[in-house]
Ligand binder design. Structure first.
Ligand SMILES: C[S@@+](CC[C@H](N)C(=O)[O-])C[C@H]1O[C@@H](n2cnc3c(N)ncnc32)[C@H](O)[C@@H]1O
Length: 316
């Protein structure tokens, strides 16, 4: 039986907790010296794969600051426990007014502790910033949010994550993915998990078709293996950029249906078929999870790919 994935202390949209095992199984097919993520988000993937060396980037400075603070010992589990207990008590007695007071304090002068407080007590665990870069998610409307058990849960997550990071040679950096990918060297392995265009837009997630195409162009040029997470389809639409950017014999596509729990509206909680695109060759796929479906790209005849057309596992 597989062990449950390590859970990061912060939540974000598009968190890949449910794809960790698939990503692990694919990445295990290639030796690499350094793990690189241009869109690390909650860091659930590196925290579970635990590479010795990693470069972890995100445009969201608050996420990066939080991990830098954990790494440097400026944010520890006992500190978080004391802070969330004390602030949680104020939230319990003063209700939503206090949530908005902390939100204002954070927007005036951001700190990792306030970020943690807001992330774990805002509506649906959403991470959203307005055009001026200010956190603008409303209260979850649970004044007793930071009850003893919940504080312990967050504190344990923080402690465990701190232990993992302490033993690793990891660098966290706030940067655009273009700058991140410019640092990739032979021997690296890139896992790229960009925002999904049209699903969630905010100050740190203004993802456009141009960004998507820029990313594809740069990923095709990295001197190493990569996995790209993107969306394949939902009940309303199919991702046409997937076909446009990634058709060809160099790439393999895997898909799996995924149900998101973090989202502000019902629309964002519809099931979505996720795609993993990789330039790994001849992937053998083994995992304890239900198998990913390996797809021939968009049902084109094999001739379109030449002799190395990807084949579904077990099929000749
Ligand atoms: C889908 S989330 C990544 C989720 C992450 N893999 C996880 O499991 O938690 C996408 C991330 O990309 C970041 N981002 C958006 N635009 C970016 C850009 N231009 N460059 C770098 N990061 C960006 C967002 O802040 C967000 O954290």
């Amino acid at each position: 039986m597989s062990t449950p994935p390590l859970v990061p202390p912060i939540k974000c949209q598009g968190i890949k907790t449910k794809l960790v095992e698939e990503i692990r199984a694919l990445a295990a097919q290639q030796d690499y010296e350094r793990w690189v993520e241009p869109f690390c988000g909650s860091c659930v993937v590196p925290l579970n794969l635990q590479p010795q060396r990693a470069l972890l980037f995100d445009s969201n400075i608050h996420i990066i600051r939080l991990y830098q603070d954990i790494q440097a010992g400026r944010l520890t589990a006992p500190m978080a426990k004391a802070f969330l207990t004390e602030e949680g008590e104020k939230l319990r007695t003063r209700g939503e007014d206090y949530f908005y007071e902390v939100r204002q304090r954070f927007n005036d002068g951001p700190s990792s502790l306030d970020f943690l407080f807001l992330n774990r007590s805002c509506f649906n665990g959403v991470m959203r910033f307005n055009r001026s870069g200010k956190f603008n998610v409303p209260f979850c409307r649970k004044p007793d949010r930071f009850a003893v058990q919940y504080v312990s849960k967050i504190t344990n997550q923080l402690r465990r994550i701190g232990e993992v990071i302490a033993n690793k040679d990891w660098t966290f950096e706030a940067a655009d993915f273009r700058a991140a990918l410019a640092k990739v060297k032979p021997g690296d392995f890139v896992y790229a998990d960009p925002p999904y265009a049209g699903r969630h837009v905010d100050y740190f997630n203004s993802w456009s078709e141009k960004d998507e195409n820029d990313l594809a162009e740069r990923l095709k040029q990295v001197p190493c293996k990569f996995i790209l997470s993107t969306w394949h389809s939902n009940e309303f639409r199919t991702n046409l950029l997937l076909e446009q950017n990634w058709t060809g014999p160099r790439f393999q596509l895997f898909t799996r249906q995924h149900f998101y729990h973090v989202g502000s509206t019902e629309d964002l909680r519809h099931p979505m078929t996720e795609a993993l695109v990789t330039n790994l060759s001849g992937v053998r796929y083994t995992t304890t999870q239900p198998a990913l479906e390996q797809m021939a790209f968009f049902e084109k005849p094999a001739d379109d790919y030449g002799a190395t057309a990807p084949k579904a596992p077990g099929k000749s």
